[in-house]
Design a protein around this ligand. Structure first.
Ligand code: ATP
Ligand code: MG
Length: 329
């Protein structure tokens, strides 16, 4: 599999960077520069679910939001079906926003409590002038049925629903404008485990029925394994491993992927390697270690790892797996 070109179908992100300046205080003494995205390239081919996994604070949500232009990256390119997303303005940007939608993590915070579900779902259609009053009503009813809720619920308010039902409503809101690309940022992590499975099944069904592409952000490998054909593993602002999900998880080549996998609920003790205790202070994007940012936690680290940032390179002769490690497993 050769590297996808900017002109190919789907979403192609290259060399994305984003930093934040936080703090400041008197004379900027406590000012901190946080490199939320040090350098990220990834591709979401049309109709495919691509995972982005990593620990809290590694930059997943910043990537998710930058891809949708909800935060402005410092640098890098984003192409969607060959269109340069960062160059869009006016009508073309509105059309891109219609076509690329976000499903939020927290279904409690993301729905306006003062609005009925009807109002929540019809507003985007009105803003994007998608049809007559009749057409809008048909679309709203179709969307709510598609997520497994009855039409009667449209007259009710968000607080009347459970977490799982609210996430169904959030999904209906993302679908209502008929996008072809969805960014789902931890879409099930705020839900009970039993409800998570139902929402994942729903997303999978909708993905298949509509041929949607997903950038699927999660810290939970089990969830990504269920949902994503391809997976990117992220560590402190960079992708450290990429490939078909099952291969990445069953045979991780980056020591960090193995750490993540082994700290997941169903570890394979036979494959464990000893990693420096993660109880020690973890490196952060505000103060990333030099060289490979993972080196302080890595038992394989050598002098080179402290010096040189490893680049993503193929580890299987070009069959689609890449790893950013000087000494891959
Ligand atoms: N608006 C902001 N201002 C300052 N720093 C920010 C801002 N948003 C994110 N950050 C910082 O950028 C880094 C990456 O944050 P981000 O939310 O993208 O991580 P994440 O992988 O989504 O984490 P989580 O799993 O907790 O959601 C963190 O160090 C975070 O504190
Ligand atoms: Mg996040």
């Amino acid at each position: 599999m050769s590297a996808p070109e900017s002109g190919s179908l789907g979403v192609v992100v290259k060399n994305l960077r984003k930093h934040y300046v936080s703090g400041g205080g008197w004379f900027g003494r406590d000012k901190q520069v946080v490199r939320a995205i040090a350098d990220v390239s990834l591709t979401v081919p049309k109709g495919v679910s691509v995972g982005l996994v990593g620990e809290s604070g590694c930059g997943k949500s910043t990537v998710a939001r930058a891809v949708l232009r909800l935060v402005e990256p410092d640098d890098g390119t984003i192409f969607h079906d060959g269109v340069d997303v960062r160059a869009l303005t006016g009508k073309a940007l509105r059309e891109h926003r219609r076509n690329a939608q976000l499903v939020f993590q927290d279904p409690f915070a993301s729905l306006n409590p003062k609005r009925t579900i009807w109002q929540t779902l019809e507003e985007p259609l009105r803003v994007h002038r998608m049809g007559s009053a009749d057409e809008i009503r048909r679309r709203v009813e179709r969307a709510i049925l598609e997520v497994g809720l009855p039409v009667e619920c449209l007259s009710r308010y968000a607080h009347e629903f459970s977490g799982g039902q609210r996430q169904r409503i959030g999904i209906a809101r993302a679908l209502i404008l008929e996008p072809d690309f969805i960014v789902a940022d931890e879409p099930v992590s705020a839900l009970d485990v039993s409800v998570q499975a139902q929402i994942l099944q729903l997303l999978l069904r909708i993905k298949e029925a509509r041929g949607l592409s997903f950038l699927f952000v999660s810290h939970d490998l089990g969830v990504v394994r269920y949902f994503c054909a391809l997976t990117n593993v992220m560590y402190l602002g960079r992708i450290v491993e990429y490939g078909p999900t099952r291969e990445v998880m069953d045979d991780p080549r980056h020591p960090y992927t193995r750490l993540l996998r082994d700290s997941s609920p169903i570890p394979d003790p036979a494959q464990r390697i000893s990693l420096v205790s993660s109880a020690q202070e973890l490196p952060s994007a505000a103060n990333p270690p030099p060289g490979c940012a993972f080196h302080p936690r890595c038992p394989r680290a050598e002098a080179r790892c402290r010096r040189e940032v490893p680049l993503l390179r193929s580890v299987d002769g070009g069959a689609g797996r890449t790893v950013a490690c000087h000494f891959p497993l």
